[in-house]
Design a protein around this ligand. Structure first.
Ligand SMILES: C[S@@+](CC[C@H](N)C(=O)[O-])C[C@H]1O[C@@H](n2cnc3c(N)ncnc32)[C@H](O)[C@@H]1O
Length: 230
């Protein structure tokens, strides 16, 4: 198997609407651990998100697009509260199965909604910062263009999309490291498929176009940062 070319044809098990609901539920709950270990959001919060929130000098409203099981938005809410920042958070995901898991993580200042980027844009919603994690590699080329455009339209400030960076090292490391967390979930199969579907920084930059600064945030991560239109 070669990782030199992005495999956009691979379908992840959790993207099948008819997949086993118990496994999906377990996968969404365990994304918490996987995101803490692999997503690099601690560093992204300190380096990109926190400065954007501090720069506002007023209460902020942040949107997590494709919030899945809601673990990231819950973690970021905790980090921002610890830093004394006044932030309300919205986690939005069109998949109601995700929202069941997210709502079990409900906390003050966080709202979870069953909706998507296009619907929020049509409703004229705006936020101070828009983020996403592990959404870009799921999307087709047309979906990616629409999602990126919607995210810019929804933000008055920064837009920060974080995703996996495709590499042999990421594939090999994840295959070993996920083993203790994988039983009863889709984490192993879908994580490895995600790595094969994910972008190199140069590929993501080409797919998103000139409004975005795409960087290799670590050997395993890409970050696309834009400035919103709202
Ligand atoms: C792999 S999950 C990532 C979940 C979560 N962000 C995480 O890191 O664990 C990708 C999510 O993106 C959501 N999604 C796909 N297209 C979307 C759109 N246009 N607007 C909002 N969410 C979307 C899917 O429903 C899915 O829950």
């Amino acid at each position: 198997m070669s990782l030199s070319v992005r495999d956009a044809e691979l379908v992840e098990l959790m993207d099948d609407p008819a997949c086993d609901p118990r496994r999906l539920h377990a996968t969404l709950r365990r994304f918490d651990t996987v995101n803490r270990l692999f997503s690099g959001w601690g560093a992204t919060y300190r380096r990109v998100l926190r400065p954007a929130l501090l720069g506002l000098d007023r209460p902020a409203r942040v949107l997590d697009l494709g919030s899945g099981g809601g673990d990231l938005v819950t973690r970021l809410a905790r980090l921002s509260r610890r830093d004394g920042l006044d932030v309300t958070w919205v986690g939005a995901d069109p998949d109601p199965r995700s929202l069941d898991v997210a709502r079990a993580r409900a906390a003050p200042g966080i709202e979870f909604r069953v909706t998507d980027a296009a619907a929020l844009r049509r409703a004229g919603e705006t936020f101070d910062v828009v983020i996403s994690n592990h959404v870009l590699h799921h999307l087709s080329r047309d979906e990616l263009a629409a999602f990126a455009s919607d995210s810019l339209a929804l933000s008055r400030g920064r837009v920060i999309h974080s995703d996996i960076r495709r590499s042999r090292a990421a594939y090999g490391l994840y295959a070993v490291a996920v083993t203790p967390f994988a039983p009863g979930t889709f984490l192993r199969t879908d994580g490895l498929r995600s790595i094969r579907r994910s972008y190199l920084p140069r590929e993501l930059g080409d797919a998103l176009g000139p409004r975005w600064r795409v960087e290799a945030a670590s050997p395993f991560r890409v970050l696309a940062v834009g400035n919103g239109d709202a």
